[in-house]
Design a protein around this ligand. Structure first.
Ligand code: HXC
Length: 512
């Protein structure tokens, strides 16, 4: 074969690989409102940076049709100039299902990401284990799960669900750090509606069972939902701007020109003084972070706590804040799990944690107790206590009971703790406390209601303020709320060189 002929053969093979499962299936993919794997990669990455690997990989059966590259496109490229590894399942080949070739390709790109210390992004559009390949498909998934776990806490792992994903195609994402979904065109489930109907008799649809709306709000399995694939991939790029490439690196420093000494002039009108009046804590967060830019994570799940990324003075931070707008900002099972997982991510990847506290306590109730609030609340305590990144906490209005301890208190190793003068720090609110400690005075009084009121007022003056905590050094200072941003910025700057020695151990036994 001449050089020219061999080049022609190479071009033909590459063209065949690009066609995946063929033009008809590509058209069907478009008709479903979905892009192809290559189209997705070209939107995700900086133009012209994609380098594909294993485009010519295929199984070695002599007869039958070969799909060059099989059902996944893998390679590396750049996002905002930073290298990432990527794999994109190709639904046009056996529904993106995973057999031996796909498993080997995905494992290989994950290993490359680990060796080079760069994030790995998986674009998932797959029916799970390839049924025809039997145990080889299961082996492929097992190895990917193993790689997910080895990579956990070493490189950021991001999963994007872009089609109907079943079985192993959802278990691997569940082992990664963040899951993005696209509304209406992506679903996640272990088994689809047909199997469910035959096993349990429940009737459901793919969308109801595993659509973005279900997973970002009900199960909490997914963190982000977008209306279109393009928006979704843009959000992935945005998330990457807040995270380092690996656990030895720092997140990119992006100075947006917002002065760190900017005072929060209108903050006193944002947060009402009365402890039980609602406000949106995101209005506080947006005033604290650079240019009001806050990327909320898990927005629709457990909205009684807000978590997400922002920057102060250009440095990426993770924010955890109770949300008085929902359930008075109480800590319950879901909000404890949500915040604990976020704190763990930030700690794995050197992202300082800023905690804004306004919490009435843990949610009492039979269903919470039966659901294991004790163990789930302990996750949050564990996550904060184990985190060695800089931890800065500001108590805005109230911090009662165990929730005071759990929300980044000094006692769990926070580095700098401030309180606003409005902060009420106590075992419980006076309105509950007097019923326990002054029951006899109230019932024996001539006017029990008036006595109760007087006792609550007395409790507030004696115990519901930040100055006892400040006197004991549990709060480093009581600050003017308008100085919140500058105080956090100075603390972040001071904590840049923080270093903590942890007693040697294999790993702790987190209450999972
Ligand atoms: C082989 C598959 C496949 C699979 C889909 N296809 N899933 N081929 N193995 N797992 C093929 C179809 O035969 C079809 O081929 C093409 O992909 C598109 O599939 P459709 O069914 O036409 O598409 P759609 O109606 O959109 O439904 C998509 C789907 C459904 C919801 C994913 O195909 C489905 O339920 N698939 C099976 C899911 C499943 O049970 N997987 C095994 C999970 S167990 P043609 O030739 O017509 O284009 C697992 C274990 C791992 O993953 C370990 C976990 C711990």
């Amino acid at each position: 074969m001449s050089i020219e002929e061999s080049l022609e053969q190479l071009v033909a093979l590459k063209e065949r690989a690009k066609l995946g499962g063929g033009q008809d299936r590509i058209d069907a993919q478009h008709q479903r409102g979905k892009l192809t794997s290559r189209e997705r990669i070209s939107i995700l990455l900086d133009p012209g940076t994609f380098e594909e690997l294993d485009a010519l990989a295929h199984d070695w059966e002599e007869d039958g049709e070969h799909f060059y590259g099989d059902a996944v496109v893998t390679g590396w490229g750049k996002v905002d100039g930073r290298t990432v590894c990527v794999y994109a399942q190709d639904f046009t080949v056996f529904g993106g299902s995973l057999g031996e070739v796909v498993g080997t390709k995905v494992y290989k790109i994950m290993e490359l990401a680990m060796k080079t210390g760069v994030p790995v992004i998986g674009l998932n559009d797959s029916g799970g284990a390839r049924i025809q390949e039997g145990v080889a498909a299961l082996a492929g998934y097992g190895e990917i799960f193993h790689a997910n776990v080895k990579a956990s806490g070493v490189i950021p792992q991001i999963s994007v669900i872009m089609g109907p994903c079943a079985g192993g195609a959802v278990y691997s994402p569940a082992l990664t750090d963040f899951i993005f979904m696209v509304e209406k065109t992506s679903q996640m489930f272990l088994t689809g509606p047909d199997v469910i109907a035959s096993v349990t008799g429940e009737v459901t649809t793919m969308e109801e069972l595993g659509g973005a709306a279900s997973h970002v709000s009900k199960s909490g399995v997914a963190h982000f939902a977008s209306k279109t694939e393009e928006e979704c991939l843009d959000e992935v790029r945005r998330l990457l701007s807040y995270v380092p490439s690996n656990n030895m690196d720092d997140a990119p420093h992006l100075d947006g020109g917002d002065p760190i000494d900017r005072r929060l002039d209108d903050i006193l009108t944002v947060v009402p003084g009365e402890a039980d009046m609602q406000y949106d804590v995101r209005d506080v967060i947006e005033r604290v972070v650079d240019n009001g830019e806050f990327m909320e994570v898990h927005e629709y799940f457990a909205p009684n706590i807000v978590v997400g990324f922002g920057r102060i003075g250009g440095q990426a931070i993770g924010v955890v804040a109770n949300q008085p707008l929902y359930l008075a900002g109480v800590l319950d099972i879901d909000s404890s799990r949500k915040a604990a997982r976020f704190v763990r991510f930030c700690d794995s990847f050197n992202i300082p944690i800023v905690t804004l506290v306004d919490v009435p306590g843990f949610l009492p109730g039979v269903s919470q107790e039966y659901g294991g609030i004790i163990a789930h609340g302990a996750k949050l305590v564990y996550a904060y206590a184990a985190a060695t990144v800089p931890k800065i906490t500001v108590i805005l209005r109230k911090a009662f009971g165990g929730a005071y301890d759990a929300m980044g208190s000094k006692h769990l190793g926070a580095d700098v703790n401030y309180a606003w003068p409005t902060a009420a720090i106590a075992v419980m609110a006076g309105s509950q406390a007097v019923n326990i400690i002054s029951r006899r005075e109230i019932t024996g009084a001539e006017d029990p209601d008036a006595e109760r009121k007087r006792l609550i007022e007395d409790y507030r003056e004696r115990l519901e303020h930040p100055y006892i905590a400040a006197a004991k050094g549990y709060i480093d200072d009581v600050i003017d709320p308008r100085d919140t941003r500058v105080k956090i910025a100075h603390a972040l700057d001071m904590l840049r060189t923080k270093s903590v020695q942890v007693a040697p151990k294999k790993h702790g036994n987190m209450p999972l």
